[in-house]
Ligand binder design. Structure first.
Ligand SMILES: Nc1ncnc2c1ncn2[C@@H]1O[C@H](COP(=O)(O)OP(=O)(O)OP(=O)(O)O)[C@@H](O)[C@H]1O
Length: 795
């Protein structure tokens, strides 16, 4: 069990890694802010200049919603130039920085109202072609009175709120685990058995296995591994993990688990109250959408669910919008009173901003203005109190509350407690953000797949880049001509990854990236571990002999933020803490074969409904003209275009070290293959093209969008996680005589790429380059050579 020192070291490490990450984020945005003038900043899409206030409204929690537009006095067109503002971004509204006269005017306005704030930070709430709405929390702005200048601008900022919340939760963890005299802890900050298990301060409590006869499943079609995972979660006193490889019905299983937990039965003696979280808004909405689709009648009334989060950030789906706390609070009996206060508040704010004419026909000034701000303050207080009451009553009636891990730390859930917290896509969330909901519940269920992409860690990418630069330098010195090449043999480093075989990830956790022999051995070793996904019951002695010993339970400080809570627990408790879903409902069995063998210990099986499905079943009868080529295209689940020897070299995009890579010849093969698929009847919307490189995405988009429109999906691997298409084409891009493979070495990234296809997977790459990317890629090429329909493009 962990010592006090180990817990302290763990907390200190989390804090250190979070600080590093925050600094990386600040550095990225402040570098831009300080180095660019206002015009350049706008050109880079990070600022919108010359804006005026179009309206001021009040949103949930008494937040001020400031709507900004481009007034015709300053601009020919009301349409914003291209920019990068998206819902949820952090932005600051401030006086416009441009020519002298307007700045002076802004300054004068500021001195008129010395007691008020004339710039504020907030969250982008809504963006259209001509309007941007920023939601400002008056308590964050430091004043209830936000008096914006007549002409302002919006600047995009580093997102510090996320880090503030993670820092706070780590502080709480420290205070809860080691309270001391000078370390005053609020009465409700108690160390729970769940926290103790997560920190290895106590062993996992004994589970009481659930018999099949004790449980009636709502969904009769659940497969054995899904049933087993549900029983395991129900019977685990503190924590359980569901490992869901691609397409195995992770969310499907969670929905059944939610139904079981919220229904009284022999197993669940009283309906439980749940907090369902996800790493992203999309993952939360995905679960919510399925909960809303469940059948309900008089005997089985619909679940009472509430979604926390800005309506602008949730999925544009009526059911989901209606489930948001924001909409629900407007539908209660007490809502009318709050509405009156809100209207009064908005009228005064309108007058103050000059949008609504004051009593004397113009915007109030001096003492009159100050008096109005006092009124705003009082009304806002009343609004918050009344609305707080409604929020509490809506939430206390909800059996299931859904939020992102981050927003579970918001004001609305401050005093809410739950029996269980479920975190979907937990392998994509940093550990610290998972602790936010953990403090609100007695039990934790994590679902995810540690063999797919981890959370994006900015500081790690920067470190990798620097390490790579350091490595590349002496090479470039010795061979100046290599530097000048812009095709194969380029000595520049990869944007986000290591290019050298020996240069593994900075964190050495077992399966992060790269693919050392040790890693593949570890994966295969697990294959012989009968305990890793066993149903309840006796285990034969021969199987025990083969079993790998359960790991020693010790709290290990993470090497990087890529090590998620899921992975840490898996490493700490082994099979005692998780169950794996073993039947996938997506891929043809041949597409599933390689990932199953290499990353899922050959346990991933294909459900009969998908095991043999091909494009031919999808498009129906062929033309009947006996065209063999057409038949072949549709029947082969896996096709491999090996460009080895063709000299289809990659090209570095741009002239800096930060450039991405593309491969024009591979792009041509992609284009031809898409044409072929469409010719035989596959819809462009049923096809996705995936590549690890943004430059290749750009190239392919320019080549294919004009021909097939936007339904044909073209994207990087990261954007495809959690999604699927009937046909997927992967273009690997790397082809050089330096044997550099960059991103391709990242097993988890490649695993995501090759598991998106349902019926057809086409891989395009240069085997003579890719083979040097380590054992995993070498094995993949060997597998492709023997199992795929191998084609050689015409040179
Ligand atoms: N027991 C089952 N019977 C029939 N279909 C199922 C079953 N379990 C899952 N599915 C289907 O499999 C598909 C994938 O399920 P789901 O989206 O829940 O998987 P996931 O593991 O969350 O996916 P991802 O790989 O994207 O994370 C869905 O179409 C779902 O309806």
């Amino acid at each position: 069990m962990s010592s006090e020192g180990e817990i302290k070291a763990f907390i200190a490490r989390q804090r250190q890694l979070l600080l590093r990450e925050r600094n990386a984020e600040i550095e990225r945005s402040s570098l831009l802010l300080s180095n660019c003038g206002p015009k350049l900043l706008e050109q880079k899409g990070l600022a919108l200049n010359g804006l005026g206030v179009a309206s001021v409204n009040i949103g949930l929690g008494g937040k001020t919603l400031v709507e900004l537009e481009r007034p015709s006095a300053y601009h020919v067109s009301p349409i914003f130039p291209p920019h990068t503002f998206r819902n949820g971004d952090i932005a600051r509204i401030e006086a416009n920085v441009s020519s002298g006269s307007t700045t002076k005017k802004a300054k004068k306005l500021a001195t008129d109202t010395t007691s008020v704030t004339n710039s504020a930070e907030g969250v982008v709430y809504k963006v259209s072609d001509t309007r941007i709405v920023i939601s400002i929390d008056p308590s964050d702005a430091g004043s209830d009175a936000l008096d914006l200048p007549e002409r302002c601008r919006v600047v995009k900022l580093a997102n510090s709120i996320t880090y503030d919340r993670m820092d706070k939760v780590i502080d709480r963890l420290e205070k809860t685990t080691a309270p001391s005299g000078d370390n005053k802890v609020p009465a409700d900050w108690k160390l729970t058995p769940l926290m103790e298990v997560l920190l290895a301060m106590k062993p996992l409590s004994q589970r009481t296995p659930i018999k099949d006869s004790d449980l009636t499943f709502f969904d009769p079609n659940l497969n054995e591994s899904q049933r087993e995972a549900i029983k395991f979660c129900l019977s685990s006193p503190e924590v359980a993990c569901i490992h869901g490889p691609p397409g195995t019905g992770k969310t499907h299983t969670l929905v059944e688990l939610i139904r079981q937990m919220t229904t009284q039965s022999t197993v669940t003696t009283k309906p439980l109250r749940l907090l369902v979280c996800g790493a992203s808004n999309l993952s939360v909405d995905n679960v919510l959408e399925r909960l809303l689709a469940l059948p309900s009648d008089k005997d089985k009334p619909a679940l009472k669910v509430t979604r926390i989060g800005h309506p602008a950030r949730v999925m544009a789906h009526q059911g989901i919008l209606d489930s948001t706390l924001e909409v629900k609070t407007t539908r209660t009996d007490q809502a009318a009173l709050v509405k009156d206060v809100k209207q009064e508040l908005e009228t005064i704010l309108g007058t103050l901003s000059g949008k609504v004419k004051g009593a004397k026909g113009k915007a109030p000034r001096g003492a009159e203005r100050r008096k109005m701000w006092d009124e705003v303050k009082a009304l806002r207080k009343e609004f918050r109190q009344r609305e707080g009451g409604i929020v509490t009553s809506v939430l206390s009636e909800s059996q299931v509350v859904l939020a992102t891990c981050h927003s579970a730390g918001g004001r609305q859930l401050r005093n809410q407690e739950f029996d269980v917290v479920i975190i979907d896509e937990a392998t994509q969330a940093m550990e610290a953000v998972c602790w936010i909901p953990v403090f609100k519940a007695k039990k934790l269920i994590l679902a995810g797949d540690p063999k797919q992409l981890p959370p994006t860690v900015l500081s790690l990418n920067q470190e990798r880049r620097m390490k790579e630069k350091a490595k590349a330098k002496p090479l470039a010195k010795g061979k100046p001509e290599a530097k000048q090449k812009n095709i194969a043999g380029k000595a520049d480093p990869e944007p986000e990854s290591s290019d050298k075989d020996e240069g593994g990830p900075l964190d050495s956790d077992r399966d992060t990236e790269g693919d050392t022999d040790k890693e593949l051995e570890d994966d295969n070793e697990e294959a012989g571990n009968p305990l890793s996904n066993e149903p309840e019951g006796p285990v034969s002695t021969s199987r025990i002999k083969n079993a790998r010993k359960e790991p020693k339970v010790e709290l290990v400080s993470p090497k990087s933020l890529e090590v998620t809570m899921f992975e840490r627990l898996e490493n700490m408790y082994g099979s005692r803490i998780k169950r794996m879903l073993a039947v996938q409902y997506r891929m043809h069995k041949q597409i599933c074969d390689f990932p199953s063998k290499t990353l899922y210990q050959s346990k991933l099986k294909s459900h009969p409904s998908v095991a043999d499905h091909t494009l031919q079943d999808l498009v129906g009868d062929l033309s009947g003209d006996g065209n063999n080529d057409e038949e072949e295209t549709l029947q082969h689940p896996v096709v491999f275009f090996d460009t080895s020897g063709c000299e289809y070299f990659e090209r570095l995009d741009g002239d800096t070290d930060e450039g991405s890579r593309c491969n024009e010849n591979e792009a041509t093969i992609v284009k031809n293959w898409v044409t072929k698929l469409v010719d035989v009847g596959v819809e462009p919307g049923q096809i996705a093209i995936i590549t690890p490189y943004q430059a290749q995405v750009t190239l392919l988009t320019s080549l294919l969008r004009p021909l097939y429109g936007s339904s044909l999906e073209i994207g990087t691997v990261d954007g495809m996680q959690g999604r699927e298409k009937e046909a997927v084409i992967i273009t690997l891009v790397r082809s050089n005589d330096k044997r550099e493979v960059g991103f391709l070495k990242e097993k988890r990234r490649m695993n995501v790429a090759m598991t998106r296809a349902r019926r057809h997977l086409c891989v395009i790459g240069d085997s003579s380059t890719v083979v040097h990317g380590g054992r995993y890629l070498k094995k993949w090429l060997e597998w492709l050579e023997s199992n795929a329909d191998v084609r050689f493009p015409e040179v």
